[in-house]
Design a protein around this ligand. Structure first.
Ligand code: PHE
Length: 385
């Protein structure tokens, strides 16, 4: 086959010998056939058809041949390259078809499988309810105020007229993060009264926000503060060491206990129904004077269980009233400590626990259900917008 070549060209180009070209072609075909997937085929393609592949190099040699030899060598190389690219294309479509068939099986979606194996979360009823209560006041023009949960002992107690030896400061009620200066971690009540050495606590109520709000703003002040509070209680059916309160503070000229009572009535009517009302019983808080405990008509029996043994009420213990929380007129000492002139302004405040309210509003019997974060508890409360 290569005879004509010889007669024209005394120099044999090794790479252009017919058996060499055949070998190159056959190696390429074998490599394509051996490629098990498209990736391997791509490698074989580069090796056997790329710029440095044996056939491409051989092709370059053609230029060096005398004119008569060029045609035959060119034809031979051209045919080999043609066969190679045909084989490549054939293998390519074979492997693509295989891949497509495999992908169809591997990535098939079984639309009959259950889709919600991991249940979506749900808003916690405490959050929803707390926002709902706050909304009642926002609608009346109150502003939402927030304060830190890790609070200076001064705001949590001193500014609110808790005496240095007030029992609420003791370790059994308060989580101390840092004792007053000079003590290691556990500040006791006696050591904490001397100003400037205030320790750091997890706030035991939302009332420190009152003090912060008055220091931040010029009266009139109308704020509502929903938030998390902490006390060293064991977790049981009726206690949790972390719970939520909502606090309200109004400071303005001429506010009286009647404004407080009207505001409370409006709140319970908005949350529990138009025929609701509240009552006040004398009580003591260091930061309010006078202070009262506020009750509302029992949401379940509406007072019908009182003196009626045939219709006992578990929610209020047949008392007809449910205790909500504390309230009162802001103590002038607190106004003064927070830079408000008690001669000119007066204020009222109240605070109550959200968990308790949620418990009797929805007949939740165990406080632990509220803190465990089980979505089966939360979901039935749904969403409120
Ligand atoms: N902070 C009080 C408590 O946690 C409640 C309260 C708030 C009382 C505002 C009076 C005024 O018990």
């Amino acid at each position: 086959m290569s005879a004509p070549n010889k007669s024209y060209d005394p120099v044999e180009v090794e790479a252009l010998k017919p058996e060499e070209i055949e070998r190159m072609r056959d190696e390429a075909l074998a490599a394509f056939a051996a490629a098990g997937d498209l990736e391997q085929l791509q490698e074989a393609k580069v090796a056997h058809t790329g710029g440095t592949s044996p056939l491409a190099l051989a092709n370059r040699e053609i230029g060096a041949l005398p004119p008569q030899a060029k045609a035959e060598a060119g034809k031979r190389v051209g045919m080999a390259r043609g066969a190679v690219s045909k084989a490549l294309a054939a293998r390519q479509s074979e492997l693509e078809a295989e891949r497509d068939a495999r992908v169809l099986v591997e990535e098939a979606v079984d639309v009959t499988l259950p889709y919600d194996r991991v249940p979506a979360g749900a808003r916690h009823p405490l959050t929803t309810f707390m926002e709902r209560v706050a909304d009642v006041f926002v609608a009346m023009g109150y502003e939402i105020a927030e304060g830190p949960e890790v609070e200076a002992e001064w705001f949590n107690f001193d500014a609110l007229n808790f005496t240095p030896d007030h029992p609420a400061r003791q370790m059994q009620d308060t989580f101390f993060v840092q004792g007053p200066k000079g003590t290691e971690g556990g500040g006791t009540s006696q050591a904490s009264g001397s100003g400037g050495e205030s320790g750091v606590v997890l706030r035991t109520h939302t009332s420190p926000v009152q003090a912060r709000a008055m220091l931040d703003r010029e009266p009139p002040v109308y704020i509502v503060c929903p938030g998390r509070v902490y006390r060293t209680d064991e977790l049981d059916a009726t206690h949790t060491p972390v719970f939520h309160q909502i606090e309200l503070l109004a400071v303005d000229e001429g506010l009286t206990m009647a404004d407080l009572k009207g505001t409370l009535d409006h709140m319970v009517q908005s949350l529990f129904g138009a025929d609701m009302k509240t009552r006040l019983r004398p009580n003591y808080f260091p930061f309010t004077e006078p202070s009262a405990e506020m009750d509302m008509v029992c949401y379940v029996c509406r007072g019908e269980s009182v003196g009626n043994p045939d219709r006992p009420c578990r929610t209020c213990g047949s008392e007809g009233w449910i205790e909500l929380g504390g309230c009162g007129m802001v103590n002038p000492k607190v106004l003064t400590a927070c830079g408000v002139d008690p001669q000119k302004y007066s204020g009222f405040a109240f605070g109550f626990g959200i968990e308790r309210m949620l418990m009797f509003r929805h007949n939740v019997e165990d406080m632990r259900d509220m803190v465990e974060g089980d979505v089966r508890f939360t979901r039935p409360f749904g969403m409120e917008i």
